[in-house]
Each structure stands twice: as C-alpha cells, then as structure tokens.
Write a new protein. Structure first.
Length: 420
C-alpha cells in the first residue's frame, strides 16, 4: 500500500470516523465540541514551530522540552497540537495563551493540506510515535523540517511498518531527525531502511520528570487527614475496564491481612469514572469519590480517583502502585511517576509501550510483573509485611529514575540545531 491508496481508503472510512467521534461523545462530554478542528477547519494563524503531542502522557513528557525551546527562541511562535481532550487540558494548563493550541486534524489529505497551508510552520516536531503519512508527506512538500522526538518503536509496530513498507519507508525517510529512547529502537528504524545518520539515541524524556514539591506536601497532608499515616495504601493508576475486577479482587485479599488497607483506584479515562464507581459498589467494598469530596475515614476501603491531574499527587499519598493497561491488551502506561515517588511498582504482562523502562525498573528490583489478581495481592502483601523488602524496592525505584536523567538536554541540543 502506498500513500495514495492509503488516502483513498481513509476517505472510505470517513463515516466510521464520524461514528467513532459520536460514540466517544456519548461516553465523554469532552468529545462533544471542537469537531471542526479534527476535520481541518480550525481558525489558526501562522506559526514557526508546530509540536504534536498526541495525548496526556506525551504532552507531560514534552512540556519541559517545549519550554526550553521557547526560551531559546523567544522570537518564534509555537503551536502545540494534541488528539485527546486530556492532552489538550495539559497544554492549556502548562502554557495558557503562550502557545497556539488546537487538535491535529485527522489524516485526511484535504484536512492536513489546509491545516499546514494556514500554519506555514518552519519546523514540525512529532512526539514519540504519532506518525501520519499525509502529515509527513505534505509537511515535507512545504519544506518543513520534520523531527520525530523521544521516539518509541516496539517490535510489534516495526513489524507493521515492515508489512506496509511502500507506505512506511518513504514516510520515515522524510524525517530530518529521529531521537530515539533506546538502541534497540534505533536498530528497528535502521532495519526499516532509515539513514543511520538521522537517528540519535538519547534516552526517554519521561525520566526527566520533576515532581512538584507542592504535590508531595499535598499528598502528606491528605494522608494525615485520612488518619492513614500507618495504614497500607496502594494505588491502581490508569486502570481500564477489564482490570477493575482484578484490582478489587486483589484488594479484598489484602484486606484479609490488613483490614485497614486503602485502595486508591484511578481510571485512565474520565468516561470510565462512573463505571468504576458502580463496579466498586457492586463488589461490596466501601467507596469514597474524590470528585465529590467524600470523607475518607477508617471505614473507607476504596477511594476513587475520579479527578483529572491528581494522579501523581495520589501516588505520593500511597506506598505501592499498580499500573493499568497491562492486564488487558493495551500496552500499558508510564511506571515512572510512581517510581519517582519511591513506590514499588507492579505491572501486568501487556506493557510493551514501556518495555525498556519496565525492564530497567524490574532489573533493579523496583518493579514486579504479575499475571493475575492473586499475584498482585501476594506482591502487595509481601512488601507491606517485609519492611526491608519494601525499602529496597523503594530505593531502587528512586535510583533508576535518577540514574537515567539527561534525555532532555540531549534532545534539546539536537533539535535546537535544526531550529534556525
């Protein structure tokens, strides 16, 4: 399949895109507005640098890099795009009106052409893995400098690119610079035919996260308010439907040994909050909802983290963490935020989106891969019981994060050379 065939089939799927947005709009109010932006009808002005960040995780990782680039090129205008409402919220929170922001249009050729014609960017930085053939093609045709930053390429994705070589390889070879997280990913790009001179191994920007001291203070204050300073607390962060029951089953087993234990369950998406609340209630566990400011007392067994932007703080209020999206066929989410808080971490077997980070944490003894609710309960129980085991895992988590910092400076240095 080449790009023209890809574009033809994309137009055939146009009705399904409408159905998809309508379905998301039914589940989440955040998807009920700004449809015009998704189809290339945003009211945007010309910009110098376009940065695409996809969703919340990529946006949070990119924010320090964007801030450094803005400081180094204060004479330039910046536009930051996302595809999800959660990513959009993080852009607005971090930059306000200092950058132009909208959703990136779907990869229909008419939409991308019109969008780029309005923006006229000199540089386009695409974060991690969000490569779209028409976006890359038309940006390259406008002589835009194209950069893939903090790039990830799993073996699964590499195989997909290899199977669509006539579409993928021309797209990859239009990129002026690729900064990858690991040598393994660099090798995969090279195997696909990308010029080795364009690829630089820099590590992951996610290691350069900085925990706001106010979040730590807020977490300590909350734990005291809950009167749980000495009670076992664990977080199931970014969990999805299909994992709720396993998490609750593990907590029930933990309650047998530690009746005062508290689970903080934070679903990945806002549209899943009510389903999570119903699932907790039907399980027979006592529920408090963070969004409703419900009191957390000695009888509370589950606190539902049904707010946005508080997950890192909630990690700080806990002792251990399970990362969602890993007990289902999803690929997982970032385990570094709880690790940076000094928490021992657990993931399921489906963590390929963060394979390298997971392996580093596991090799250091900071992370345990589990396959079931029983294994999760056993791991939590062991570390809550054995303080020496707990502190070793906690110290290892902090050490891995600290030892792997530096990607921000490396990537900024390489990208900065191309912004002239």
């Amino acid at each position: 399949m080449n790009r023209i065939v890809y574009s033809f089939f994309l137009y055939l799927f146009f009705p399904l895109v409408i159905v998809y947005l309508a379905f998301r709009a039914i589940k989440s109010v955040d998807y009920r507005s700004r449809w015009s932006e998704r189809f290339g009808f945003a009211h945007v002005t010309q910009t110098d640098v376009l940065i695409h960040c996809v969703s919340m995780g990529e946006t949070l990782a990119a924010i320090p890099l964007i801030k450094q680039l803005m400081a180094a090129h204060s004479q330039y205008s910046f536009t930051v795009t996302t595809t999800s409402p959660t990513g959009s919220a993080e852009v607005k929170k971090a930059f306000g009106d200092k950058v132009q922001h909208c959703y990136l249009p779907f990869d229909f050729s008419y939409a991308i052409k019109g969008f780029l014609r309005q923006l006229q960017p000199k540089v386009c930085i695409i974060m991690e893995t969000e490569l779209w053939p028409n976006l890359v093609h038309f940006a390259h045709r406008q002589q835009v400098t194209l950069i893939l930053a903090n790039a990830r390429l799993s073996q699964k994705s590499a195989d997909k690119y290899a199977n669509k070589r006539r579409l993928a390889v021309p797209m990859l070879n239009k990129l002026n610079l690729i900064t990858v997280q690991t040598q393994r990913e660099a090798d995969r790009f090279i195997h696909l035919g990308v010029d080795i001179q364009r690829i630089h191994v820099c590590g992951s920007l996610k290691f350069d996260l900085t925990i706001d001291p106010t979040k730590k203070h807020q977490a300590t204050t909350l734990r005291a308010q809950w009167d749980r300073l000495n009670s076992p607390i664990w977080v199931a962060g970014s969990v999805h439907p299909g994992e709720f029951e396993a998490v609750l089953t593990a907590h029930k087993q933990l309650l047998i040994v530690f009746p005062e234990a508290l689970l903080i369950m934070a679903p990945r998406h806002p549209e899943q909050f009510n389903l999570a609340a119903i699932t907790v209630t039907q399980s027979g566990l006592t529920l408090a909802r963070r969004s409703m400011n419900d009191e957390v007392n000695s009888q509370t067994q589950v606190l539902l983290g049904d707010t946005m932007g508080e997950l890192v703080m909630l990690y700080g209020a806990a002792d251990q963490a399970f990362i969602g999206g890993t007990l289902i066929n999803n690929g997982g989410h970032n385990p570094l935020e709880p690790a940076a808080m000094g928490l021992p971490v657990y993931v399921g077997p489906n963590h390929w989106d963060f394979a390298q980070i997971t392996q580093l944490l596991a090799d250091a003894g900071a992370l345990t891969c589990i396959t079931s609710a029983d294994e999760l309960a056993q791991g939590l129980q062991h570390k809550f019981t054995d303080s020496q085991m707990y502190h070793a895992a906690s110290s290892a988590a902090l050490a891995v994060v600290e030892q792997n910092r530096g990607a921000l400076l490396k990537q900024f240095t390489l990208i900065n050379k191309l912004i002239v």
